[in-house]
Design a protein. Structure first.
Lengths: 345, 345
C-alpha cells in the first residue's frame, strides 16, 4: 500500500500544494452569461484576430498561462512544468501553446475532465517533491469543437434539447509547493487530495446527450471518494461537477441518492451556471474550458472570499470519438475529483 | 527548488521504481522483422478477429496489460493506476481499454513520445509515494493511423523515401514501488530519473518527414539532460530514441555532435531496428507502439540479460494534426527521456 493513498482511488497530500494564481479567457457568449464578471478577459470575436478558430484557441491557451503568471509577478520561465490539454485531435491547442511557452510539457487527454486531471497530476508531482511551480490548463472552443465532433457550423444544424454548448474558454491554475514563498493572489487555497477516476460506460450512444454519459462516472468517483476517505458528504460545502448540464445534473443527483449520498443543496455544475437559460443553450455548457474557466474564474474567487471552505471539484469527460461512434461504440465517461480546502497548511 | 529536481527539466528518484514486468503485442510485419522473437504475441491478421482496425488496436492494448500482469501473477485489479495513450483522436484505444480494465486511469497524449511520458509520470507518482503498482502503456496501429493522419489505405498511395511506417504494436510496462515484494520477471531494472521534454519546432511541415521534425526535440532533451545531471554521454551504454527513423537518426547524431555530444556507437533508434531494410519501409518504423514494443520487447530483455547497464530511453513525438497542417502550421516535436539502470536499488 502506497503511503499517500487511501482505498482504491484516493490520494492525500502530506504537503498540500497551494493554488497561487488563476486566469481565464472566455468567449463573448460566456462573458454575457451569469458569471461574466468573474472572467479576466472576454474576447468579442471568437477568432480573436487570428485567421482560424484553432489558432484563436491556441492563443487563448497561451495568453491565459501568461496572465496567470503575470498576476503573481512570475516569469513563465519559472515554471517547472505545464500540464494540460484540450479537445482537439492531437491536443494541438496545448501542444502549440507549449511550443510558444517553452516550458517542460506533459500533454494530457481526459476530454472534459482535463482540468481536474491536470490539477490532480500537478498536485501529486508537487507534493511528491518534483516541482515547485506548475501550470495546469484546459481549454475548449465552441467553433473548433463543433466542426471536429459534430457538423460544420455553416450547416446551421439543429440541436436536440439534451445537447450542451461547448464553452469557448480556457482556465489556468498555477500550483506552488507548500514552501513556495513568492506572491499569491488567493487566500490560502490548497489542493489537499484527489480521486483518480475510472472509465465508466452505461451504454449511452447519443453524442447530444453527454451529460447522461458522464453522470455515472461522476457518481462512481464521488461514491468511491467518500468510501476511500470515510467521509460523509457533509464534509464538503460544495460538490462542483464539470459539465453534466441540467439533464445530467438531475441524473447525477438521483443516482447519488440511490447510492445513499444525498447532495442536498451543495451541488453545482459548471455547465449549469456558466450560461443563462435565456441564452438558448439547451442543457448548458460543456467542454474542458467550461470547468477550466468556472474553476479559475468563479470557484476560486468565491473560495478566496470565504464563501466555500471545502469543495470537491469533479470535472467529467465523455470519451467519445466520431470514429468510435460510427463504429457503434457507446460513450464512456470519466470523472477525476480534486479536494480544494481553504486556510489549511 | 524542488528537492528531486536537477536543473531545468530533470528529475531524480530517491526510491527508484522497478520495472517488474512488460508485455508486447505486435502486427505480422513487426513479427517478421529483426526483433520478431522478442515480442510476446504476433497477430497474423491486423484486425485480430475484430470488425475494425480500431477495435483490434483496443484489444491489443487491453490484452497487453492483462498479459504483463499475468506474467507476474498479479490481478490487474491490483494496479493503482493505468497511464497511457495512443495516436487515435480522443485516445479511444486507451480509453476504451481502460473501460474494460476498470482501473483508475490517467489519459495521456504525447504522440509517439507517449511510452516515455507514461513511464516518467508513472515513476514520479511511484517515487512520490502515491502508487505501488502502475501500468504504463502506449500503442499504435498502422491501419488506424494511416486513415486518420494521411489517406485511406484503399487508395494505395505512394510514400516518399523519408516516410516511416506506423508500427502496429503495443507495449506495457508494469512499474512497482521500491518496497514492492511480489514477483518480478526482470533482473532489477530501475527507473532512476527522467527528463521532461519541451516542445521544439524547427519549421518542418512535411508529414512524411517526421524524423526530421522530431530530431531537434530529441537533441534538446538529451543535451539538457546531460547539462542538468552534469553527466557525460559516456555514463550511458545506450541512448535509444523512439522513432526518428534512419534519416532522423542521422540528423539527431549530427545535431548532437554540433552541440558537443558525440554519441559514438551508443545510439539505437527503435524505428530503425524494428524493421529490416528488405521490408520496404522507407525510413523505418514510427508510432507510440514502436518505442512501446521495442522498449518492452527488446530493450528490457537485453537489459535483463546484462547487455546494457544504463540506458537513456527517449521516445519522440511529432505533435502534428491534419487540421494544423492544413492551416499551414509546421510540426513541433517533443521528446521525454527516461533513465533505466540495472541492478541499483
Amino acid at each position: 500500500m502506497a503511503h499517500k493513498k487511501l482505498g482504491r482511488q484516493t490520494l492525500v497530500f502530506e504537503k498540500p500544494p497551494r493554488i497561487i494564481s488563476g486566469a481565464t479567457i472566455v468567449g463573448d457568449m460566456e462573458g454575457k452569461g451569469p458569471l461574466g464578471k468573474f472572467f479576466d478577459i472576454v474576447i468579442k470575436d471568437d477568432t480573436w484576430g487570428e485567421k482560424t478558430w484553432e489558432k484563436a484557441e491556441r492563443k487563448m491557451f497561451e495568453e491565459s498561462v501568461r496572465l496567470a503568471f503575470e498576476k503573481v509577478n512570475l516569469n513563465p520561465e519559472r515554471m517547472d512544468c505545464m500540464l494540460g490539454g484540450d479537445l482537439l485531435n492531437q491536443i494541438i491547442t496545448a501542444s502549440f501553446a507549449a511550443r510558444e511557452i517553452k516550458a517542460p510539457f506533459l500533454g494530457l487527454y481526459g476530454a472534459c475532465s482535463t482540468m481536474a486531471e491536470s490539477l490532480i497530476l500537478g498536485s501529486m508531482l508537487t507534493d511528491g517533491g518534483f516541482f515547485d511551480v506548475t501550470a495546469c490548463v484546459a481549454s475548449s472552443h465552441f467553433s473548433t469543437a463543433e466542426r471536429q465532433f459534430r457538423m460544420p457550423l455553416e450547416m446551421g444544424g439543429q440541436t436536440p434539447p439534451t445537447a450542451q454548448r461547448t464553452v469557448t474558454g480556457v482556465g489556468c491554475s498555477v500550483l506552488a509547493s507548500s514552501n513556495y514563498e513568492g506572491e499569491c493572489i488567493m487566500d490560502n487555497i490548497f489542493v489537499t487530495g484527489g480521486t483518480v477516476g475510472r472509465v465508466v460506460d452505461m451504454g449511452i450512444s447519443d453524442a447530444n446527450n453527454m451529460g447522461a454519459a458522464m453522470a455515472p462516472a461522476a457518481v462512481d468517483t464521488l461514491v468511491n471518494h467518500l468510501r476511500d476517505t470515510e467521509r460523509d458528504i457533509s464534509y464538503y460545502d460544495l460538490v462542483i461537477t464539470g459539465d453534466l448540464g441540467s439533464f445530467g445534473s438531475l441524473l447525477f443527483s438521483d443516482m447519488c441518492k440511490e447510492k445513499g449520498v444525498d447532495l442536498g443543496d451543495r451541488h453545482l455544475d459548471c455547465g449549469n451556471i456558466i450560461f443563462d437559460k435565456n441564452q438558448n443553450v439547451d442543457c448548458g455548457g460543456s467542454g474542458c474550458g467550461c470547468s477550466g474557466s468556472v474553476l479559475n474564474g468563479y470557484l476560486l474567487k468565491r473560495m478566496h472570499e470565504g464563501d466555500f471552505e471545502r469543495a470537491f471539484f469533479m470535472a467529467t469527460g465523455a470519451l467519445m470519438s466520431p470514429t468510435a461512434s460510427m463504429q457503434g461504440e457507446t460513450i464512456p465517461g470519466i470523472a477525476h475529483g480534486v479536494i480544494l480546502e481553504r486556510g489549511k497548511l
